[in-house]
Design a protein around this ligand. Structure first.
Ligand code: SF4
Ligand code: SF4
Ligand code: FES
Length: 263
């Protein structure tokens, strides 16, 4: 953790800690945060923190600096800090990203101007506090598409064999880390919260096209629903937002085709 603050804005809680000195090579940046504490705020509000950061710091480092040295009440999710767990999705300068994968040097203002980094919670899910959203609606949609292997008949006496080509068929959608960057960048999900959303469809795709699975028809029936794949307007926001590089819109199109031709 390398970012430090020299003259941090006093937090809403008034708490302020002792800050380490700015490291060599660091630059002053302003981190503008969307804050909301349901116990004291009737409306969300903005709060800015002036801190120092190295160009190689990640946005997650900046949030840690603010939380550990300036305002311990700042609330956000994170776990692995390496782009694996999917827990720190947030809107950074208006784009859904994982805070642990975005470097400060990629957010610097041009021509030496002062840099302000704006961080908000992902859109379309209820905000519990600050950058922490309630993931239940997102996870409910994920669970609804039955994201597990479905088979019928007797248990096999050996492993279920699959060819490399058959495995390749759904390789892309196995990479999902359930970060919700895609679903919460989808304009249809924002306006019609009942839409399953791209992440649920990606995880249905992962099993629909698995040659060992026998539950494709059930999942296709679920996604043929009024809140299913046909709501997608093919705007590609989801593909652009995915930190794993999954071809989300392509997967949705493949599920649509499977519905039209029932595999
Ligand atoms: S392509 Fe479909 S699912 Fe993806 S953001 Fe656009 S409308 Fe939403
Ligand atoms: S498809 Fe990509 S953006 Fe969507 S939840 Fe999975 S990893 Fe995140
Ligand atoms: S903290 Fe795990 S993906 Fe960022």
């Amino acid at each position: 953790m390398t970012a430090v603050a020299e003259n941090p804005t006093t937090s809403a809680s008034g708490s302020r800690g002792e800050l380490p000195p700015a490291p060599e090579g660091s630059i002053a940046v302003t981190v503008k945060l969307h804050r909301f504490n349901p116990e004291v705020d009737s409306e969300p509000r903005w709060e800015s923190f002036d801190i120092h950061a190295l160009p190689t710091d990640r946005v997650l480092n900046l949030l840690h600096t603010i939380k550990w040295y300036v305002d311990g009440t700042l609330t956000f999710r994170r776990s692995c800090a390496h782009g694996v767990c999917g827990s720190d999705a947030m809107r950074i300068n208006g784009v859904n990203r994982l805070a642990c994968k975005v470097l400060v040097k990629d957010l610097l203002a041009s021509k030496g101007k002062h840099t302000t980094i704006t961080i908000e919670p992902i859109k379309g899910l209820p905000v519990n506090k600050d950058l922490l959203v309630n993931m239940d609606p997102f996870l409910d949609a994920f669970k609804a598409v039955k994201p597990f292997l479905i088979t019928y008949g007797n248990e096999p006496t050996q492993e279920r064999i699959q060819s490399a080509a058959d495995r390749e068929r759904f390789d892309d959608t196995t990479k999902c880390i359930l970060c919700a960057c895609c679903t919460t960048s989808c304009p249809v999900f924002w306006t019609e919260g009942t839409y399953f959303g791209p992440a649920a469809i990606v995880n249905a795709h992962r099993f629909i096209f698995d040659s060992r699975d026998e539950g494709a028809e059930e999942r296709l029936d679920i996604l043929n629903d009024v809140d299913g794949v046909w709501r997608c307007r093919t705007t590609f926001n989801c593909t652009d937002a995915c930190p794993r590089g999954i071809q989300v819109t392509k997967a949705i199109q493949e599920v649509k085709r499977a519905l039209l031709f029932r595999r």
